[in-house]
Design a protein around this ligand. Structure first.
Ligand code: CTP
Ligand code: MG
Length: 377
């Protein structure tokens, strides 16, 4: 027996605000509704998806999912219950064996949750909903005063998609009209159908208020950096702010800390801020012999000023000598101290080039870095 999905998307999203209904807000570069619909279209056991919408939002609807392989959307009603019922009626001509009803506003639904509901629905032929225990202490209030603490053990948080035998839930909806029920499990319970639980998912939240979008939409950006400095006569090199005794030094306008330069460029790259030379021109005598932590601190400030946070830094030093291994931890700590990023998010690696090329001949040191920066929108 086939499984269809009904996505109820006819609400106005009053609590979320923002000019257009929340199912058309952008989330990580795509409309909420598109992300939700794709989760079901991409699921191998879903035979088809029917969206219930408000025709007043047709332009938004077309922009969001007009290019996807969907049957015409169904006109919704004044309540969620009415919208779900209209969606079910639209499937009546060619009824599926099972149906999953899902909130458009739950865009983070995982393939696993969908699979769990389908598996249990097919096995038990009972109504099925994803549920979670309640993490907070629950109180009953009287006005603005706390009346008592409620035992939360028997309480659950109900999510969607909720799955049913199509005929059962269609009949149950007929009996629920006007009762103000807020999910389809309540409709099934009202009709005396048994509903069982499967494990829900904390990420499967119903985007409801503006803050839900702030917490969940993260903008992750990455940048790469690469730098080379040649050796010249000397007695130590400075790598990642760590002084290492060596029979040569690195040649450069500043202190030639090739590791910090690569990291600085990676951070600038992640935020589209050019490169180290744009910010600290080598023609400017001011930077002669400068300690390179100045450059890195500047890049961190630019990231922070733009509202970003460094999530990770990964650096590879490429040379035959000096040996990096004994200094790796000191380098990670030094980068952490300069950037304010915790050591666990900083990686320093090293490789030789098997005596090939300029690094292999010991003519200099190369460094490449990758930085990940996170923005909350
Ligand atoms: N929904 C619907 N038809 C309605 C009301 C709600 O299809 N008449 C849908 C919403 O689009 C949403 C889901 O039901 O995907 C859950 O409802 P809710 O989170 O309450 O969304 P809204 O009603 O749009 O939001 P609000 O209550 O803040 O106005
Ligand atoms: Mg509502």
């Amino acid at each position: 027996m086939s499984v269809w999905a009904i996505i109820v998307a006819a609400g106005v999203g009053e609590r979320a605000g923002g000019g257009v209904p929340k199912q058309y807000h952008d989330i990580g570069g795509q409309p909420v509704l598109r992300k939700t619909v794709l989760a079901f279209l991409n699921h191998p056991e879903i035979a088809g998806v029917r969206v219930v919408f408000n025709p007043r939002h047709d332009d938004l609807y077309q922009k969001a999912v007009g290019d996807l392989n969907l049957p015409a959307p169904v006109r919704g009603g004044k309540s969620r219950q009415e919208s779900a019922y209209l969606g079910l009626q639209a499937l009546e001509d060619n009824p599926p064996g099972f149906v999953l009803i899902h909130d458009a506003a739950r865009a983070f639904v995982s393939q696993d949750v969908i699979s769990r509901v389908i598996e249990t629905l097919k096995r038990t032929r009972k109504g099925c909903l994803p549920a979670l225990p309640i993490p907070d202490t629950i109180k009953r209030r009287e006005g603005s005063a706390v009346a008592e603490t409620v035992d939360r053990e028997p309480l659950i948080l109900a999510q969607t998609p909720q799955g049913f035998k199509f005929e059962d839930i269609l009949k149950a909806h007929e009996a629920a009209i006007g009762k103000g029920l807020t999910d389809d499990a309540a409709v099934a319970e009202n009709a005396g159908f048994e509903v069982v639980m499967v494990k829900g998912d904390k990420a499967n939240i119903k985007l409801t208020v503006k803050e839900d979008f702030i917490i969940h939409v993260t903008d992750v950006r990455t940048g790469t950096g690469f730098d080379v400095h040649a050796f010249e006569d000397g007695d130590q090199v400075i790598l990642c702010g760590v002084k290492i005794a060596h029979d040569q030094k690195l040649k450069g306008h500043s202190d030639a800390d090739v590791g910090l330069h690569a990291i600085t460029d990676a951070l600038l790259g992640a935020i589209g801020e050019g490169d180290i030379g744009d910010h600290f021109p080598p023609t400017d005598d001011k930077w002669k012999g400068a300690a390179s932590d100045i450059f890195l601190k500047h890049a961190i400030k630019l990231v922070t000023d733009k509202g970003g946070r460094v999530s990770s830094i990964d650096l590879t030093l490429i040379c035959e000598a000096p040996k990096i291994g004994p200094h790796r931890e000191a380098m990670r700590k030094s980068i952490a101290a300069i950037t304010g990023v915790e050591v666990a998010r900083i990686s320093v690696k090293a490789t030789t080039t098997e005596q090939l090329g300029f690094t292999g001949r010991g003519e200099g040191i190369a460094a490449q870095a990758l930085a990940t920066v996170i923005f909350n929108e």
